[in-house]
Design a binder for this molecule. Structure first.
Ligand code: ACO
Length: 429
């Protein structure tokens, strides 16, 4: 039987160390025993951007980036997109199992009856400038929610955690829709508990003078599927922020504001907005080859392409590409689609992209759908944050209940100046 250990020889000292291998991993802390001198701190591993470091053990989401596989709690994303709905998928991510009928009804009821926001939150949102970015409004409002729910600090009380979960998932669409309505100067539309999660969101966004808003069922389903696809993605930048900030034992609203802030960046949730800007900049199908050449020459990136984990076609992008056709049947074809298809075609054949395993990611087509549905680009990261709130909560709770986790606190390699004497201003050159 081969031994499940790694033997390390320190050539500085000639000493040999056996380090256990568990789940294909060695513990970085096991390196600490390796010292050149007795008073040495011990060996550390250096891994900027966590390229090869597992920060946790998780049982939520599985990705095989080389094969293009994504599963929530073991269920393939394609099956969930086809057969589940967003709230059911949310229940699965949070509880580990699909709900039975009674559990499902209770869950939908609990989320639905936590969609209203305090009137003072509404006033807070009113205070934003007329052209405030809705993502900035969402981040700030999430942080502000912590001041409304004092029990949010009881993070080790399962009941209190459940309550914040209902509130966060229930209120995300309301805050998102209010942020949008504020930006276009329209009155806020209050939640309608007779509608499904996604229908209600569309009603809060688009309802005008009609008594009841009736969304197109194709668009309701499309948005629901997009929500399923975006619900979790294991240790991405924002989940890592949620875990890292949550590890200080702050309340989940504050941690989620940090996670949403991480999502706001153009390399993460802001990428689909960048895709549309890029397609606008390209302008026409004929300009695609020239654009590809400029990317290859190092002038910017092909937005919506490439992924830290996927070195194959992002499975979510496959589902979205199909969804786009259904949506465009209702909304009319987004003229930028032709440029996007041409970009994809050329990039997938091009040696530069092939060699680097750069494939379309989830953001390549999602922006086109959102735009066709009538969303302004500023709303894209907000639309991403609504479903991702589920993943953030699942990751946060798993971190809290993991006895191996502590406050997240990486080490550094200090290469700055050594100790030196302070020089008074008068003596400085
Ligand atoms: N266009 C052109 N070249 C690219 C792209 C791209 N989109 N992405 C990576 N590359 C190149 C890099 O220049 C680098 O080339 P080199 O080896 O010659 O230096 C190589 O591919 C590897 O790139 P890295 O930056 O090391 O890859 P990393 O894993 O750090 O980056 C990332 C992943 C940030 C997603 C990157 O591919 C990127 O910037 N893509 C565009 C932005 C985007 O679409 N983000 C959305 C990600 S999905 C999500 O967050 C939901």
């Amino acid at each position: 039987m081969p031994s499940e250990t790694l033997t390390i020889v320190d050539n500085r000292t000639g000493r040999k160390y056996d380090v256990p291998i568990t789940n294909g991993t060695i513990k970085a802390i096991d390196l600490r025993q390796i010292k050149a001198e007795e008073d040495d701190f011990g060996l550390m591993s250096y891994d900027p951007a966590f390229m090869n470091t597992a920060s946790c053990i998780s049982r939520i989401t599985y990705i095989d980036g080389d094969k293009g596989i994504l599963r929530y709690r073991g269920y393939p994303i394609e099956q969930l997109a086809e057969q589940s709905n967003f709230l059911e998928t949310a229940y699965l991510l949070l509880n580990g199992e699909l709900p039975n009928r009674a559990q499902s009804d209770q869950w939908v009821h609990d989320i639905t009856f936590h969609t209203m926001i305090h009137e003072n939150i509404k006033k807070l949102m009113d205070g934003f400038h007329y052209d405030a970015h809705p993502m900035g409004m969402l981040i700030s409002t999430l942080a502000a929610l912590s001041t409304f729910y004092r029990d949010a600090k009881d993070i080790y009380d399962a009941e209190a955690r459940r309550k914040q979960t209902y509130r966060l998932i229930g209120k995300m669409p309301t805050i998102a829709a209010f942020a949008y309505r504020h930006s276009v100067g329209r009155p806020y539309v209050y939640p309608d508990n007779t509608l499904s999660y996604t229908e209600n969101f569309l009603s809060m966004l688009w309802r005008m003078t009609e008594v009841k808003y009736e969304a197109d069922p194709v668009l309701v389903r499309a948005l629901d599927v997009l929500f399923i696809l975006h619900a979790d993605h294991e240790q991405n930048c924002s989940a890592n922020a949620m875990r890292g900030v949550g590890s200080s034992h702050v309340d989940p609203y504050s941690a989620m504001a940090a996670a949403a802030a991480a999502l706001y960046g153009p390399l993460h949730g802001g990428a689909n907005e960048e895709v549309l800007h890029m397609l606008d900049q390209i302008g026409s199908k004929a300009n695609v080859p020239k654009f590809i050449e400029s990317v290859k020459a190092g002038h910017g990136r092909l937005m919506g392409f490439g992924h830290r984990v996927y070195k194959n076609y992002d499975p979510r992008a496959k589902v979205i590409k199909k969804l786009a056709d259904e949506v465009f049947e209702v909304t009319g074809r987004n003229p930028k689609l032709d440029i996007a298809l041409e970009l994809e075609r050329i990039a997938l054949e091009d040696e530069y992209f092939v060699k680097r395993k750069l494939y379309p990611n989830v953001d390549f087509y999602s922006g086109l759908i959102y735009q066709a549905m009538g969303f302004p680009v500023e709303m894209f990261p907000v639309l991403f944050s609504i479903p991702r709130s589920v993943g953030w909560i699942a990751q946060w709770e798993e971190m809290l209940l993991d006895s191996e986790q502590k406050i997240a606190r990486p080490r550094q390699i200090y290469l700055g100046p050594p100790v030196r004497e302070f020089v008074p201003m008068i003596k400085r050159p």
